[in-house]
Design a protein around this ligand. Structure first.
Ligand SMILES: *[C@@H]1O[C@H](CO)[C@@H](O)[C@H](O)[C@H]1NC(C)=O
Ligand SMILES: *[C@@H]1O[C@H](CO)[C@@H](O)[C@H](O)[C@H]1NC(C)=O
Ligand SMILES: *[C@@H]1O[C@H](CO)[C@@H](O)[C@H](O)[C@H]1NC(C)=O
Ligand SMILES: *[C@@H]1O[C@H](CO)[C@@H](O)[C@H](O)[C@H]1NC(C)=O
Ligand SMILES: *[C@@H]1O[C@H](CO)[C@@H](O)[C@H](O)[C@H]1NC(C)=O
Ligand SMILES: *[C@@H]1O[C@H](CO)[C@@H](O)[C@H](O)[C@H]1NC(C)=O
Length: 512
């Protein structure tokens, strides 16, 4: 009797473990570390995210691979620094480059995205929201690991006139379904849009369908309401004490609640790893129309902590213990290795992967020493190891841009740190202790024993990194009006094809 019971139990265990877990990655756009109640936001307007953290693991020392959206997203999906996967520019030193609609490049076919490997392993894969790895058809999600797509290749900037600049298309799978502003309205005077509601509904439908089909699924949920121009639906407009930005956060928090509740109701919560994070820091230059980076210096576009430390939560009831905090130095690139580990897929061994599997951290709370690299374009600006961060270069933006009103560090000028020149500190890096000084304000003096000891750890890591680095071919150097979204696939069916202008390929101008 006992023997039979054991046999049945073993059989059930084998059946259960035969199906790898589902994964839901919720990646926000320009949301800051300090925007969530659980991360200390005084408005406390994120009850669902706070609950997610209470039921899961908070990762307060988690970093994006870049302070800007396209390179950050490309790094997450490839597990590789943008300098390796090509999401950078060499047009000028240390410039933030991305994928506006006139960019010629995009994600190279030679890069392996983890959804490509999940798809081969039998996962149903869907992206809902912003892609940002290139708007030309060869770069689209359905060519790089996704079965399904609802969303857009670029930011929702506009409205445009469709004469000098086309409105950005929204896709369903490989074909356009319409364009922002005309078919998917965003009211620029009120900030009203139903897009977040559409993205929530798409997620609900996909989860229902995948659970029904019994296949493991990967959902990459990447709504962009917290990216300029901000938007929220009528139900959420003017409900936040923080203004329109807070309205957008509240609606996204609501969406997180809907998705987690659905997973629970469908009985798959214990088979699903859910990650919440953001692509880069809050856009401090937008002042009260941007996010909060908590105690950290500056924000988006910079390699100070505010630019790259992300509000990260992991949720997996029954596997990740509730109410836990991990001080692991984590990277968005780790989700690449973690996803492969969970699906028992061998990591590619023909290339350097910068991520590491977080499974031991999530399951057992272990902590592993490892560095964090802060890149801006083609330059390694800073390195963190343990509590120390060394800046090899500092730059906010040019004094000319600053004098014309673009301030990446409003209210946070720190002498010799938030510099308006690109300052090369390589011969004597600026060193901070992020434990006692999370805001990077108090320089550790170079002649002190602490400085000397810390640099003895950091310098060999930097030397080794430079020595072994093989840079990918830069993808973000060329721009051309002919590659814009004039005639996206499927435009014929909607009668929305616009005339394509002549090619005029030039080096893109990246001001900062
Ligand atoms: C998108 O692709 C999925 C998966 O192949 C399919 O089930 C769905 O019907 C497609 N949607 C449209 C509108 O073509
Ligand atoms: C935006 O909303 C305002 C107020 O409801 C309305 O008057 C205006 O027509 C709307 N604009 C667009 C482009 O729909
Ligand atoms: C949002 O959807 C509601 C209900 O369908 C509709 O009345 C409203 O006009 C939509 N708003 C926008 C900005 O599209
Ligand atoms: C967690 O720790 C247990 C006990 O040491 C070990 O057997 C298991 O492999 C670890 N799991 C992971 C994912 O590291
Ligand atoms: C900034 O650097 C200059 C030149 O090295 C130095 O003279 C000055 O004391 C520094 N200022 C501060 C506040 O550290
Ligand atoms: C930065 O400084 C280091 C050390 O002084 C020097 O070797 C390097 O060439 C400098 N880099 C640039 C781009 O000036």
């Amino acid at each position: 009797m006992k023997c039979i019971e054991v046999t049945i139990w073993l059989f059930l265990a084998a059946v259960v473990s035969a199906k790898p877990p589902n994964m839901v990655f919720m990646l926000m756009d320009d949301m800051g570390w300090g925007d969530l109640g659980v991360y200390g936001n005084a408005a406390k307007e994120t009850p669902n995210l706070d609950k997610m953290a209470a039921e899961g693991m908070l990762l307060p020392s988690f970093y994006s691979a870049n302070p800007l959206c396209s390179p950050s997203r490309a790094a997450m999906l490839t597990g590789r620094l943008p300098i390796r996967n090509g999401f950078y520019s060499t047009n000028a030193h240390a410039r933030n480059a991305y994928t506006p609609q006139n960019i010629v490049g995009g994600i190279p076919d030679s890069e392996i995205l983890f959804p490509e490997l999940l798809l081969q392993a039998g996962y149903a894969t869907k992206i809902i929201g912003k892609w940002h790895l290139g708007q030309q058809p060869q770069y689209h999600p359905l060519k790089h690991g996704f079965h399904e797509w609802f969303g857009s290749p670029n930011c929702h900037f506009g409205p445009y006139n469709d004469v000098t600049t086309p409105n950005i298309p929204v896709y369903r799978n490989a074909s356009m379904a319409g364009r922002y502003y005309t078919d998917f309205p965003i009211n620029r005077s009120t900030g009203e849009s139903n897009l977040t509601q559409l993205y929530i509904q798409e997620a609900v439908d996909f989860i229902h369908k995948s659970v029904g089909a019994g296949s493991p699924f990967f959902l990459y949920w990447t709504p962009d309401a917290t990216h300029d121009p901000l938007y929220a639906s009528k139900t959420f407009l003017r409900t936040s004490s923080r203004g329109l930005y807070g309205d957008a956060v509240r609606e996204l928090d609501y969406g997180v609640g809907v998705i987690l509740k659905l997973l629970t109701q469908l009985g798959v919560a214990s088979d699903t790893l859910v990650i919440f994070s953001s692509d880069n820091g809050g856009a401090t230059y937008a002042k009260e129309m941007g996010g909060s980076n908590g105690p950290f210096l500056c924000g988006k576009e910079t390699t100070f902590e505010g630019g790259m430390r992300e509000p990260t939560i992991a949720w997996w009831p029954g596997t990740v213990a509730g109410g836990t905090v991990s001080h692991q130095l984590g990277s968005m690139m780790d989700w690449f290795s973690t996803a492969l580990d969970l699906a028992e897929i061998k990591e590619p061994d023909d290339r350097i992967i910068d991520g590491m599997s977080l499974l031991p951290i999530l399951v057992n709370g272990t902590v592993t020493d490892r560095p964090v690299f802060y890149y801006r374009g083609d330059e390694l600006m800073a390195v963190r190891y343990q509590m120390y961060k060394a800046h090899y270069w500092t730059w906010t933006n040019s004094i000319d841009e600053f004098n014309h009103g673009t301030d990446f560090c409003p209210g946070e000028e720190i002498a010799n740190v938030t510099t308006h020149d690109q300052v090369n500190h390589t011969s004597q890096p600026l060193l901070f202790h992020l434990g006692r000084d999370p805001g990077e304000k108090y320089l550790i003096k170079p002649k002190t024993a602490e400085y000397i000891e810390a640099m003895k750890l950091i310098q060999p890591i930097v030397d080794e990194h430079h020595k072994t680095l093989v840079k990918g071919a830069p993808q973000l150097n060329y721009c051309d009006p002919a590659v814009m979204n004039w005639a996206p696939p499927g435009c014929e069916d909607l009668d929305q094809c616009l005339p394509v202008p002549h090619h005029d390929q030039t080096l893109c101008y990246w001001p900062h």
